[in-house]
Design a protein around this ligand. Sequence first.
Ligand SMILES: [Zn+2]
Length: 406
Amino acid sequence: MPLPPETLAALRSDAEAQLPAIVELRRALHRTPEIGLHLPVTQRLVLDAIAPLDLEVSTGTALSSVVAVLRGGRPGPAVLLRGDMDALPVTEDSGEPFTSERDGVMHACGHDLHVAGLVGAARLLAARRDELAGDVVLMFQPGEEGDHGARLMIEEGVLDAAGSRVVAAYGLHVLSAVLPAGVVASRHGTVLAAADSVHVTVHGRGGHGSMPHLAADPVPVAAEIVLALQTMVTRQFDVFDPVVVSVGRIEAGTTDNVIPATARLEATVRSFSDATHAVVPERLTRVVEGIAAAHGLTATVDYRRGYPVTSNTPAEVDRAAALVHGLLGERAYVPFPQPLAGSEDFSYVLQQVPGAYLGLGATPPGLDPATAPYNHSAQARFAEESLAVGPAVLAALALDRLAQGV
Ligand SMILES: [Zn+2]
């Protein structure tokens, strides 16, 4: 049941009209980036920005989250819109006039635009309260960059904040490259990878480099493990349901003629389906322990689960595509041909409720999406005209889903 064209046109023009205020908020956030689960300055900016909107506001305990419930004028279910709030340990080199005022901290992933954009969506929806057949839960979330903030907010009840379990959840991510500014992209099913990390220690016995037979050398065992993990990836997993293992750190020893007692490896492990994500730790551990045993050594595997696969509900992706077409034209939505190999803790939300996670192009004017500095780069810049698109899309998703009923 797509929203009528006049509703979409009004959302679009209202989003354009509020753009200067949303840009101002975004720049204030950008100047004062914070890392992790506790973001007091960011939280204060959010609370001040939404104070005039007559929302039911609560804040988190384990993290400095903000949950705000917008009650619609008519009864109905609840939907959730999410914006993550945290920055990265990056020294900004973007050249923006509103550059970070904190040494070594930068909104390099564009989460400042997510916060400002969610405030923008809240303003658009508050102005249409009477048209809303249900409630909207606004999820302002710290700790996306590895701290599992979404999981903590779920544990603190965000999915039931309106009094009933939300029937759908939506989020988006700005991209400083890959997509032209204002273009929205997503896909059915898996849209982002699962990302785990593994720390391996090979335990040998140290000795003199001239007499390795009197020692138990962990270095060649570690080297064999690095190569065997790549063989595991290609021989034990379907090429169309792939696994990526990259050993990013390898460490052993102190000098050339001493055999060390241990060697250590650290790797990131990406996968794209729940089924594969479930079996990777066991297979990887078998390879590591088996190679160590083959040479008379032992190995310990510390497998650390990161975020699960982010998986979209096809009907909700179709809803987003139809709304983007209605808001911005036929060319404003493109399907992602493959998932992105990044990961997201919005995955925890989409494990619990239907919904969609969207990419929003924010390549700056004059730059080529194929070569512009990507998210997490110290040079990353984000086109602020995307702040007219994101809020309109999120507000349209909420209005459209609520119009459908339970
Ligand atoms: Zn991000």
